[in-house]
Design a protein around this ligand. Structure first.
Ligand SMILES: [Mg+2]
Length: 240
């Protein structure tokens, strides 16, 4: 038994799910050329994540709700996820899902996977009877350009100085948040970002890799926190 308290923060799209569900929705329900233009603007940093979502929703038209929901439910989660959630429960490590996607599909996918008890923070989405997608951003912060749901605020609010904070993610919406945690697990775009910016991270392929590493951390006599993250967190506390 270990006395270390880990807090686990976890991205949704492309991390919990195999594919990026938000992205897949707009690829299906918005004209390809328009999607490309909006995403190019995002990648060139001409628009923020929030503007990107707003533009995509404005351009979308969903005429058949049943088919839309079925499309959402066709998305699979990572096969090692269930085991990881159970591992965290056994170890009493709280898990928080931080998503720059939308509650509309996260709720449906969690229900399908019997994971509705997982705590998550995300943007919100309503589908109107007229087939319009209306997004809202309850956790938006202008300090946070890469994610319309300001992920680092949830990390700061849900952890204390004594906790060892862990982040698991794959993409651009995670790049602000990871600066605030002690241990970063990264793949795909997030991995490349960490490499390019010389941020210490652990590459991972699936959640089994994360479990193995957490076991290792747990058994260490002295586990070092990431100094850079401590500084960032202190800065954030002082700014409040
Ligand atoms: Mg992601």
């Amino acid at each position: 038994m270990s006395d270390k308290q880990f807090k686990i923060f976890l991205d949704f799209d492309g991390t919990i799910t195999k594919k990026d569900v938000g992205e897949e929705i707009f690829r299906k329900y918005v004209n390809e050329e328009i999607v490309r233009r909006i995403v190019d603007d995002l990648l060139a940093d001409k628009i923020s994540s929030r503007e990107c979502w707003q533009n995509l929703c404005d351009a979308a038209s969903v005429m058949d709700k049943t088919e839309f929901d079925r499309f959402i439910l066709s998305h699979e989660v990572e096969p090692t996820l269930q085991n990881f959630v159970e591992y965290c429960e056994d170890c009493r490590y709280p898990v928080f899902v931080l998503s720059d996607g939308f509650d509309y599909y996260i709720e449906k996918i969690f229900r399908k996977e019997n994971l509705s008890h997982l705590k998550f923070y995300s943007n919100k989405l309503i589908l109107t009877d007229q087939g319009k997608l209306i997004p809202s951003f309850p956790y938006f912060s202008s300090d946070c350009r890469n994610s319309s749901n300001c992920k680092q605020n949830h990390i700061i609010e849900n952890s204390s100085e004594d906790d060892y904070t862990v982040y698991i993610g794959d993409g651009n919406s995670d790049i602000d948040a990871i600066q605030y945690v002690d241990f970063i697990f990264a793949k795909d775009n997030l991995l490349r970002f960490c490499e390019m910016n010389r941020i210490t991270f652990f590459p991972y392929r699936n959640f089994d890799d994360v479990i193995n590493r957490l076991d290792e951390f747990r058994s260490k006599k002295r586990l070092k926190k990431r100094h850079q993250a401590e500084l960032k967190r202190r800065e954030a506390f002082l700014a409040e």
